[in-house]
Design a protein. Structure first.
Length: 191
């Protein structure tokens, strides 16, 4: 997605530890016009798949998922929570995730009320690195008996193993920008 790639080149910052910061338009301040274009693009790619629910993980995925849902007939957005909160009552689907950016392992949880066997779920996240976050979300959808239509990722770091691992499992993965590598602090995309 060309406008996304141009924006990453203009405003993205490469940090130590293979981390790309996109705080000015995606992860902290959010550019809503860009998010709307991202939503449109995922609709184009997953059109006709009968998506009726969007699943993401807090916190960075939520804003993106909302923008995407508007292009899927305002499908409900469910976000997996990272900590057990008092607001989560009833039974939960739970899966373990190790965070790439924080290096910690935590449970992600979704109330059983919000995922059902008939659901056709599109999983959305901001970044794909080692694939841990997506594996957790895929596991939760599988536990619920719903169907994962595919995963939509805004920025895939193609030099980390997540993308290959998930594609080898036969999961449909659509990434709007795939980074091949970082070179002298600059982003180089894969074509
Ligand atoms: P994974 O589970 O695929 O290893 O990592 C994905 C998660 O880690 C994403 O939800 C995202 O929040 C975070 N993440 C991974 N790599 C980056 C990065 O380069 N920049 C930012 N901002 N977040 C990242």
């Amino acid at each position: 997605m060309e406008i996304l790639k141009q924006r990453i080149l203009k405003d993205g910052n490469v940090k130590e530890g293979n981390v790309l910061k996109v705080d000015s338009f995606l992860n902290h301040q959010m550019d809503i016009r860009l998010l709307d274009e991202i939503g449109k693009e995922f609709r184009r790619r997953f059109d006709g798949e009968g998506v009726n629910k969007i699943l993401t993980i807090e916190a960075s995925g939520i804003g993106i998922a909302v923008a995407v849902a508007q292009h899927f007939d305002y499908a409900p957005v469910v976000f997996a929570k990272k900590s057990k909160s008092k607001n989560l009552d009833g039974e939960l689907y739970t899966s373990k995730v190790t965070s790439f950016t924080r290096g910690t392992t935590f449970d992600v949880q979704v109330s059983k009320k919000y995922l059902n066997p008939g659901d056709r779920v599109l999983i959305i996240d901001d970044f794909l690195a080692k694939g841990q976050a997506l594996m957790g979300l895929l596991d939760i959808v599988a536990q619920s008996g719903a169907t994962t239509v595919g995963c939509g990722i805004v920025i895939e770091k193609g030099f980390q193993e997540g993308g290959q691992m998930l594609r080898e499992k036969g999961i449909r993965l659509e990434s709007l920008a795939i980074i091949d590598h970082f070179e002298d602090g600059h982003v180089v995309f894969r074509n």
